[in-house]
Design a protein around this ligand. Sequence first.
Ligand code: NAG
Ligand code: NAG
Ligand code: NAG
Length: 321
Amino acid sequence: MAVKAKILLMLSVSSTMLFFLLEFSNKLSFSVITYQLNIYKQNSCSCEKCLSEDKMFQFHHMNHSVKPFLTAKSELSEEDYAWWKNIQRERGDYSTYKATVKELFEIFPAEPDYEKPRSDRCRTCAVVGNSANLLKSHYGPLIDSQDIVIRINYGKVKGYEEDVGSKTTHRVMYPESSSRLDNTTHLVLFAFKIKDLQWLKKAFLTGFFGRSYTSTKSTIKANKDLVMVVNPALMKHAHVVWLKKKGVYPSTGFMTLILALHMCDEVHVFGFGADSDGNWSHYFEVLRNKKFKTGIHPGQQEFAVIEELANQKTIKFYRGY
Ligand SMILES: *[C@@H]1O[C@H](CO)[C@@H](O)[C@H](O)[C@H]1NC(C)=O
Ligand SMILES: *[C@@H]1O[C@H](CO)[C@@H](O)[C@H](O)[C@H]1NC(C)=O
Ligand SMILES: *[C@@H]1O[C@H](CO)[C@@H](O)[C@H](O)[C@H]1NC(C)=O
């Protein structure tokens, strides 16, 4: 014990000494050394590996200058706005966008409620996609053990707890995929047009009676203090940098994964991809079209990026059953 304490003391003194010790000590386990090294280096979080480190950018496309959420103070550049405006070809202009965002922060938190990186914290996240490969996976407890559990659109919980868990700290949606949330779940809005931002405000206050490409709920039940709006600049970043502009724009699931890379130190990914029979479907409903058709979204590229991130051990990817 005394020897160990002495060794640990020396570790924090010199890393050269560490390698010297490594040569001559066969008693220290590697995990202890790694842990001590992390402390020595003053990492930005307490996990083994932190996504919030700036140096991650060299190897992955992480860019922490791209802020994940809109705030009352954030400015979307005209260039980023131009990309965003093009995805659904809505009429409207930059000044309408800015005025709409300004109004949003009159009722929603000016600073979204999420934990910033800290050297003594490890923010772990589960991103739960809707793939049928979750069925019989028994991932429920593993998903629930993460600090943050992000679910996507209609991803159901009730009746599927054993495989998908029961905790939902964040639910990602857009107006056409909105659903009621309980008081403790963050509503994370992906806006694809100015009308979506207007919907958010009206659905909480007066009811929204505009039109969209499909029916949209006119009201929403959720805690307005937990509302977060994804920064269109992050959506563009996912498309331009991560997917090299393939497809018209990325799927919500893929953008949610990129979002998680920006708000977590450790990302665990569930429910993406086909099941073991090669079918692409949802765990809570049978999709008619079983072939992998993702329409305007570059599904193949998205999956390739997920595989790559998993191979590099940037994320932990659970392939399901
Ligand atoms: C990171 O993002 C910021 C903001 O969009 C951009 O100005 C900068 O050039 C990016 N950095 C790199 C290395 O691409
Ligand atoms: C929901 O949470 C807010 C605080 O974020 C609180 O003011 C409100 O009373 C809660 N409502 C219910 C029904 O628990
Ligand atoms: C999956 O695909 C196989 C054929 O590839 C088919 O026989 C099976 O019924 C499909 N399963 C589901 C749940 O759709």
